[in-house]
Design a protein around this ligand. Structure first.
Ligand code: FAD
Ligand code: NAG
Ligand code: NAG
Ligand code: NAG
Ligand code: NAG
Length: 542
């Protein structure tokens, strides 16, 4: 009488096997369909190379290719959803055909340049998806005669700075301080660095672009038109197409720059100095940028925490000029002559990236020169100085939470001169500084994740009375899915409005207009993309 027992087991096994082969077949068929489509759309010369740029999870190097540009350990776990396919495009036609084929198959496309998105949306998705990885598309062509450069999306900022310096030591470009950040995400999302008070954002210095649109066509500034060109300078590239390259205007930097880094703890009058910082930092000479870090650190008494303020300064000029500016404009910081270090602009780039002055400049060409942590970031804008009692309550909260810190980046100067509608980035005049909430951790696992995420959210909530409101501002490049996401259903416009007005203020509606015109079926979409006004999307594969 064994049959009645065996039979159900056997049929369960059968079911299991058929399910397994079904899911394998589904994966294989996406891969095969995609390859076939790429081949069909490729020129005869290109057809043979197609299979060498497309990876499915069955390929042995799938994981290493995927992980190479994961810059947040939170999204490097076995639970992180993985793409069905990765395309490592080596030429523009690969990009064009990937767009065409992903669209034909109704599969979501995620575009990755440097992979620094703080919430990982260039390489993670809840739905079936393809990663279009652009690290091979990274030529940089610097032209000193015209003071311009064409930089492809997959290049890093370090590579860009190095290539400029190779040709001229009196030219630079205003962009971020982390050399491994990708140009594609950074410039399309705004891009700021330590020269923003003098030259504005990266996007204020972009003069042309090449983009692959939803039909797989390559457009430049002239053929895309001024609306789309406006949108991809701060509105995020991924809502509109695949950026292939930007043409940038280089800026003049002096032969000598001066930097300083000093720390002040609460018993060295940090509260007074931080308070004062808010009244002067956006009004000092435009060539001077003073970032401030606020962190909970161990105090003198064992087991007790206190707050430390670190002032990191950069001046486009020599130390005696800077000393004059600081002595007059911000004497409370108490800088001494020995606090100032003079160096070339390219050495200041290295200094900001925490390399000492003996490290070779070639390090800027290394695409993995940074360590990768578990991390979370959020952002706010401060428009009115926080009073001393406010600062004291914030210190208390930070000590209580234990690990979350702030990075303050001052505005003013050129940032105040540019109209808030000149680019999609709206946070111009009226903002004293941008506040980044920052927490990094090393512990693995869901418990740690939950703990640190809740710390940073708690501080964000605590800060409500001190920061911009209606809408509460946020910086797109400090991606934060907490402030709202879209599921691209019938409510996508109102969902988009929630995060869109934080990132773009009154520019949100113009972005929606551009989006609706260039991608009416909403193919280029992600958790925080710009919605179309009237949803015409086909049923998308879940
Ligand atoms: C260590 C670190 C330091 C940072 N420092 C700064 C800083 O100093 N200043 C600053 O402004 N920001 C800074 N950021 C934020 C950074 O600018 C953004 O994360 C930026 O989006 C990263 O670009 P990426 O190409 O590396 O990222 P990715 O993760 O590849 O892309 C980010 C977003 O852009 C989209 N995208 C990428 N490439 C393209 C493309 N070619 N076409 C269309 N869409 C594209 C992606 O789909 C995704 O939505 C920093 C981030 C990190 C992790
Ligand atoms: C992935 O595996 C397939 C099947 O073995 C192979 O044809 C293809 O060349 C591999 N792709 C890469 C990029 O190695
Ligand atoms: C991701 O995890 C793998 C192991 O699964 C590891 O080898 C790799 O270094 C990790 N990458 C990052 C960026 O943490
Ligand atoms: C702190 O401020 C007081 C008065 O404003 C001053 O006397 C004192 O020297 C300052 N301490 C430091 C370490 O700067
Ligand atoms: C390098 O830095 C050290 C201090 O860290 C300093 O003493 C030295 O003068 C610097 N060298 C150059 C060439 O700037």
């Amino acid at each position: 009488m064994t049959t009645p027992v065996l039979l159900p087991m056997f049929s369960q096994l059968l079911l299991l096997f058929s399910l397994m082969s079904l899911s394998n077949a589904a994966e294989t068929s996406d891969y095969t369909t995609f390859i076939e489509c790429l081949v069909k759309n490729s020129s005869p010369d290109d057809q043979a190379s197609v299979s060498s740029i497309v990876y499915s999870p069955q390929n042995s190097s799938f994981n290493s290719v995927l992980q190479a540009y994961i810059k947040n350990k939170r999204f490097n776990t076995s639970a992180t959803p993985k793409p069905a396919i990765i395309v490592t495009a080596t030429k523009e036609s690969h990009v064009q055909n990937t767009v065409i084929c992903a669209k034909n198959m109704g599969i979501q496309l995620k575009i990755r340049s440097g992979g620094h998105d703080y919430d990982g949306i260039s390489y993670v998705s809840d739905t079936t998806f393809i990663i279009l990885d652009l690290f091979n598309i990274r030529k940089i062509d610097v032209n000193i005669a015209t003071e311009t450069a064409v930089v492809e999306a997959g290049a890093t900022l370090g590579e860009l700075y190095y290539r400029i310096w190779e040709k001229s030591d009196v030219h630079g470009f205003p962009a971020g301080v982390c050399p491994t950040v990708g140009v594609g995400g950074h410039l399309s999302g705004g891009g700021y660095g330590n020269m923003l008070r003098k030259f504005g954002l990266s996007v204020d210095n972009v003069i042309d672009a090449r983009i692959v649109d939803v039909n797989g066509k390559i457009l430049d500034r002239k053929s895309m038109g001024e609306d789309l060109f406006w949108a991809i300078r701060g509105g995020g590239g991924a809502s509109f197409g695949v950026i292939l390259s930007y043409t940038i205007q280089l800026v003049k930097v002096p032969k000598i720059t001066t930097v300083f880094r000093v720390m002040r703890s609460l018993d060295e009058n940090a509260t007074d100095i931080v308070h004062r910082y808010q009244f002067v930092v956006d009004k000092l000479d435009d060539g001077l940028f003073i970032r401030m870090l606020l962190q909970p650190v161990s105090g003198k008494v064992k087991g007790q925490k206190t707050i430390r303020a670190t002032f990191i300064g950069m001046f486009l000029g020599d130390s005696s000029t800077l000393k004059g500016i600081m002595d007059k404009g911000f004497p409370e910081l108490g800088l001494k002559k020995e606090d100032y270090s003079e160096m070339s602009w390219i050495r200041s780039v290295m200094w900001w990236a925490n390399f000492d002055n003996t490290t070779s400049l070639d390090t800027l060409l290394s695409r993995n020169s940074d360590g990768v942590n578990f991390l979370k970031r959020k952002s706010d804008y401060v428009q009115t100085p926080i009073p001393k009692d406010g600062l004291e309550s914030i210190w208390k909260k930070m000590v209580e939470l234990g690990k979350v810190g702030f990075v303050l980046n001052p505005y003013g100067g050129k940032m105040s001169e540019i109209s808030s509608s000149a680019t999609p980035f709206p946070h111009r005049a009226g903002n004293i500084y941008k506040l980044q909430y920052s927490v990094n951790w090393h512990e693995e696992g869901a418990e740690a994740d939950k703990n640190y995420m809740s710390q940073i959210r708690s501080l964000y909530s605590f800060m409500t009375p001190y920061v911009s409101s209606s809408p509460r501002g946020a910086f797109l490049n400090y991606r934060d899915l907490d402030i709202g996401v879209s599921d691209h259903g019938k409510d996508s416009y109102t969902e988009g409005q929630v995060y869109g007005e934080k990132y773009f203020g009154a520019n949100f509606d113009r972005l929606v207009k551009v989006k609706s015109a260039v991608d009416p079926e909403n193919f280029f979409r992600n958790e925080q993309s710009i919605p179309v006004k009237v949803m015409q999307s086909r049923r998308l594969k879940k």
